[in-house]
Design a protein around this ligand. Structure first.
Ligand code: GCU
Length: 668
């Protein structure tokens, strides 16, 4: 067993190219850093570690370049001469024979140092380096759905990274490596516990444990946050109520927040799931989400922390459309939230499906900062056995045009605050990390953590650019192999969609969200069955969300509605999201719906074989352990893709009552 998977994209393996090595030698005589600030020390430690790996030498860290050239110089600039977009930005350039990394803040120097290392890991020239970058979003965070007993809700890579039973005394060295990996991407916040929160995290015992983790993260510019159980004043505090308008409840939270800040002076804030899927919340007392959020925000007034309130809500309504729920509940509250509140919205209106239209909340709460919530853990994407590169999912949403202020009103511009002028902007990813040696289970799933982090910093990066970078840092320096792997990654999401939820189908599972169960029609709630979502019947397939159906389309601007409202022109990836289409309808491909569904399901499953071939061909360029790991998972994926295909085909055939087109092999 090697450390290949553990080291993620921070590998720093020796550079073999003699020319590149020679050039790098010229600029690596010393590392000069202005202060002994712990964040700056993280930066110099990392550069030192990086150079020792890449070049095989120990480079001294000094306080000043003293007029010498040939070194790396970290410089805090105070005169604003560099005109950074914000304090966390950095620039890297050659000045008087040195590589100068500058920023207005210590953490900017850390980000710049990682960018410099990335530049060197990808063997680019230093002589004419000019890099300049500032994050577009302020709160760039991972949300861990980790429980206090070490389990992770929807986690597929082992148990929690946080060893609650060992804390605060024992500090697992892995906490620091986690912080390094995140800081290298610009991630600056970590919500440590599950949104289905245990009140236990508000106890003094746990606050002390959390503080120990915060101490490890601090030198990497990462703040810790906690998910809170809204009814904690009752269950933990012993009060008779958790009503947000009750003065005793307000005082309880104020005291709790104060207590937390005594242990963790830079505590990030709270993440709240309330009145959602059975969790308690302000509505239990006839109050609104805004009442609940503002009560917590008041407790944070003396401090820097924020309240991140989730908009993931839907009610059990046999006649309703879950798609519409968050919009209906939250848009009337626009303008009522305290300035310390960010409302966190999942990318799509349902729940992290393999493909969803963007949530109609984006753009429709101009007075409330809306944060983005993406899911990195592959709850609906084949867990850690299926290879799905998620950057295209993130980009599809970020680049979508809401038209709320005319053309160009993309979701990205809402989230980064430029459209509505939000002061606080946020992007969160539900983490896919766990205790397994390689962090994410599937080695290729590391790319999803990486891509999310890079996009929180700069949502304009392309999926391909990020994949190229990740492959070069993580898997191979070989250019041809890089192109081949990147191509496979870029197709992987559509391949998964084809065998799992083609043409805009959604949620063909119940329970653990893994095995195909499109037939599932019994549950305590109608919206927890599979048939609720695909609506297969003898006429056709799909959920009618036009004016003839639930009219969820009305939550979008007319320009967006026009894209999706006509079944003849609606792009096929979204067709069954918005229309109930008859089995015999001819689609733009020239095939009937039934034929097209079959084509996609078969093509999807067959394409996993193609992925296997692509991977086999790069064998010579990949660490043998990582190669074998992915190779084996792809075989499982193929087996399961066929399982999915067969389940769908046989089930839908019972409604379509048509033969499987002869070119396809019949399910056995
Ligand atoms: C999904 C997921 C749950 C999670 C919930 C949420 O429904 O299956 O495990 O708690 O989303 O985001 O709150």
């Amino acid at each position: 067993v090697t450390d290949d998977g553990y080291r993620l994209w921070l590998k720093y393996d020796p550079i073999a190219d003699v020319g590149v090595k020679k050039e790098y030698q010229k600029f690596t005589q010393f590392i000069a850093a202005p202060s002994a600030n712990p964040v700056v020390k993280s930066a110099t430690d990392e550069v030192q570690q990086g150079l020792s790996g890449l070049l095989g030498k120990v480079v001294p860290v000094v306080l000043s370049a003293k007029g010498q050239s040939g070194g790396i110089v970290l410089t805090l600039v105070t005169d604003k001469s560099q005109d950074f977009a914000n304090k966390e930005g950095y620039s890297i350039e050659t000045v008087q024979g040195n590589i100068r990394v500058s920023s207005e803040s210590e953490v900017g120097l850390l980000y710049g140092s990682f960018a410099l290392l990335r530049h060197m890991q990808t063997l680019q020239s230093l002589s004419a380096i000019t890099l300049r970058s500032s994050p577009k979003v302020r709160y760039r965070m991972l949300n861990h759905w980790d429980n206090h007993d070490g389990t992770i809700e929807r986690g597929y890579a082992g148990s929690s990274l946080w060893k609650w039973y060992e804390l605060p005394e024992r500090i697992d060295p892995r906490y620091r490596d986690y912080a390094r990996a995140n800081a290298s991407l610009g991630i600056n916040g970590s919500v440590l516990n599950n949104v289905n929160a245990s009140a236990r995290f508000m106890s003094a015992e746990y606050i002390e444990k959390v503080a120990a983790i915060a101490n490890v993260f601090r030198p990497y510019g990462i703040k810790v946050y906690l998910s809170v159980y809204f009814a904690a004043p009752k269950t933990l505090g012993g009060l008779g109520t958790s009503d947000p308008l009750n003065p005793q409840v307000q005082a309880w939270w104020a005291a709790k927040v104060k207590e937390i800040y005594q242990y963790i002076p830079d505590f990030g804030g709270f993440l709240v799931k309330a009145n959602s899927e059975g969790e308690p919340g302000p509505q239990d007392y006839g109050r609104t989400h805004a009442d609940g959020a503002n009560m917590l925000a008041a407790a944070f007034k003396p401090y820097d922390g924020v309240v991140i309130w989730r908009a993931f809500v839907y009610k059990s309504d046999p006649k309703g459309d879950r798609f519409k729920a968050a919009y209906e509940e939250f848009t009337p509250l626009d303008g009522q939230f305290d300035e310390k509140v960010i409302v966190q919205v999942k990318n799509g209106p349902i729940d992290f499906q393999p493909r969803e239209p963007f949530s109609p909340l984006f753009g429709n709460m101009p007075k409330t900062p809306l944060g983005m919530e993406f899911q990195l853990t592959q709850e609906y994407l084949g867990f850690a056995t299926h290879a799905v590169y998620e950057a295209p999912i993130f980009k599809e949403c970020l680049d979508a045009d809401t038209y709320v202020n005319g053309k160009g009103s993309t979701v990205a511009r809402i989230v980064d605050g430029t459209l509505h002028g939000y002061a606080r902007t946020a992007m969160a990813g539900v983490a896919n990390t766990g205790s397994v040696r390689n962090w994410t289970g599937h080695p290729l799933a590391q790319a999803n953590w990486y891509a999310f982090g890079r996009l929180t910093w700069d949502h304009q990066l392309s999926s391909e650019q990020i994949a190229r970078e990740w492959v070069a840092l993580t898997l191979t320096k070989d250019k041809k192999a890089n192109t081949q792997i990147v191509n496979m990654m870029l197709h992987s999401r559509d391949i998964y969609v084809d065998y799992n939820t083609p043409l805009g189908l959604s949620r063909p599972w119940t329970g653990v969200h893994f095995a195909p169960e499109p037939w599932q029609n019994r549950s305590s709630r109608p919206d927890w069955t599979a048939v609720y979502y695909h609506k297969a019947d003898s006429v056709g397939l799909g959920f009618d969300r036009t004016a003839n159906g639930s009219n969820a389309l009305a939550q979008y601007r007319p320009e967006v509605q026009r894209q999706w409202s006509n079944p003849d022109s609606c792009p096929l990836p979204y067709l069954l999201w918005f229309h109930h289409v008859s089995w015999d309808k001819k689609l733009s491909t020239g095939q009937t719906l039934w034929h097209e569904v079959c084509s996609r399901l078969y093509a999807g499953a067959d394409s996993v074989l193609w992925m296997q071939q692509q991977w086999d061909q790069v064998k010579a360029h990949i660490n043998p352990e990582t190669f074998a790991d992915v190779e084996a998972r792809l075989r499982t994926q193929h087996k399961e893709a066929i399982w999915w295909r067969n389940a769908w085909v046989l089930y839908l055939q019972s409604f379509a009552r048509q033969p499987i087109p002869p070119k396809f092999k019949k399910p056995e």
